[in-house]
Design a protein around this ligand. Structure first.
Ligand SMILES: Nc1ncnc2c1ncn2[C@@H]1O[C@H](COP(=O)(O)OP(=O)(O)OP(=O)(O)O)[C@@H](O)[C@H]1O
Length: 284
C-alpha cells in the first residue's frame, strides 16, 4: 500500500510551472525529494498538503483524497516546513501546553523524551535557540503527535553532521515497524544515500525520475572517454554529457549493458550529487 500517491500534479506561479508531477511513496519507506534551488520541491510539498491551490492533480494520502479528507489525513501527518511555527517568545514547555490543547494525538511523554534525546532545553525561548536547536524542536514537535507520516522540507539543513546523523537515525527508527513513512526534501544527497528507499528528482518544475534508490545506485554510471570514443557512442545511450578539456563525462543508465557494449571505456559508479549535476548542467 502507498502512503502517498501523487498523480499529474500541476501548479502555476507567475514565473514558474510545476508540470505533471507523479510519484508514489510506499508505506514503511523513506522518500527523498531532490532538485536544485527553485526546482519546485517546496511547491510539491505545499500542494500535497493543500496549502496552495493547484491547477490539476490527484493526491491520495493513506488512500484518501487530500482535499476531501484533509482534516482526517492531517491528524496522522507530522509536518516540518522549516518556517517559524510558534511565537519566538515561548519555550518548549509552552509548546507542550499549546499542543496538548489543540491536538488529541499529542504525547507529552514522547515530546519530553525527544527534548532529552535532542538535548533541547525546556525553558529557553525559541528566539534564543540556535538554528539547529529550532529545527530539532520542530522535529520533536512533529514526532510527538505520533504521526504515521512525516513530511519535512529540508529538515537537516544547517545542522552539524552529528545531529544530522541522530535525526537520520530517528527517521530510520520511525519507519522500522513498516507502518510509518517519511517524505523529505533535501539538498544533502549523502543523507539520502544513507537512509532513503526512493528518490524523486525534479528539475525546473518537471519530474526527472522517481525511482528505487538502490536501482539508481546500481543502474546509473558515468562513462569517461576521449573524443573519439565519445563520437562512437550511440546517441540513445547518452542521457547527458559534459565536455572537459580533453575528455567527456557521459551519464548512462544500465551501466553493465553499456560496459559490455563499449569495451575499454571506464564507467564509474556515480553519487546522487553527480547524477543530479549531470542531469542539470550536462548537455542532451
Ligand atoms: N508564493 C509564490 N508566488 C510566486 N512564485 C512562487 C511562490 N512560491 C514559490 N514560487 C516560485 O516557485 C519556484 C519553485 O519554488 P520552490 O520553493 O518550490 O523550490 P524548491 O525546489 O523548494 O527550492 P529551494 O531548494 O530553494 O527551497 C521558484 O521559482 C519560486 O520563486
Amino acid at each position: 500500500m502507498n502512503s502517498i500517491s501523487v498523480k499529474q500534479l500541476s501548479k502555476k506561479y507567475e514565473d514558474f510551472q510545476l508540470s505533471d508531477i507523479s510519484f508514489d511513496v510506499p508505506m514503511g519507506t523513506i522518500m527523498g525529494l531532490i532538485g536544485e534551488n527553485g526546482a519546485g520541491k517546496t511547491t510539491i510539498i505545499k500542494s500535497m498538503l493543500n496549502l496552495v491551490n493547484v491547477e490539476s492533480g490527484d493526491v491520495k494520502i493513506f488512500d484518501k483524497d487530500y482535499k476531501k479528507d484533509e482534516k482526517l489525513i492531517k491528524e496522522d501527518i507530522g509536518v516540518v516546513l522549516g518556517e517559524a511555527f510558534f511565537s519566538p517568545m515561548i519555550d518548549a514547555n509552552h509548546v507542550d501546553k499549546i499542543m496538548m490543547k489543540i491536538n488529541r494525538n499529542w504525547s507529552s511523554k514522547l515530546f519530553y523524551s525527544y527534548l532529552q534525546q535532542f538535548e533541547l532545553p525546556k525553558d529557553k525561548k525559541i528566539k534564543d535557540l540556535s538554528k539547529g536547536m529550532k529545527m530539532k524542536l520542530q522535529i520533536a514537535t512533529a514526532l510527538a503527535r505520533d504521526p504515521k507520516l512525516l513530511i519535512l522540507d529540508e529538515p537537516t539543513s544547517g545542522l552539524d553532521p552529528i545531529v544530522r546523523n541522530e535525526i537520520l537515525d530517528i527517521f530510520l527508527d520511525f519507519i522500522q515497524d513498516e507502518q510509518h513513512t517519511v517524505l523529505l526534501s533535501t539538498h544533502i544527497t549523502t543523507d539520502l544515500e544513507k537512509i532513503a528507499d526512493y528518490i524523486t528528482f525534479v528539475n525546473k518544475g518537471k519530474l526527472i525520475f522517481s525511482k528505487d534508490k538502490d536501482d539508481i545506485m546500481e543502474s546509473f554510471g558515468i562513462l569517461k572517454c576521449d573524443e573519439e570514443a565519445f563520437d562512437a557512442l550511440d546517441p540513445e545511450d547518452i542521457i547527458r554529457y559534459k565536455k572537459q578539456k580533453y575528455s567527456y563525462e557521459v551519464l548512462v543508465e544500465d551501466r553493465d549493458r553499456i560496459q559490455k557494449k563499449y569495451s575499454g571505456v571506464i564507467i564509474d559508479k556515480p553519487t546522487i550529487d553527480e547524477i543530479m549535476m549531470l542531469y542539470i548542467k550536462g548537455k542532451e
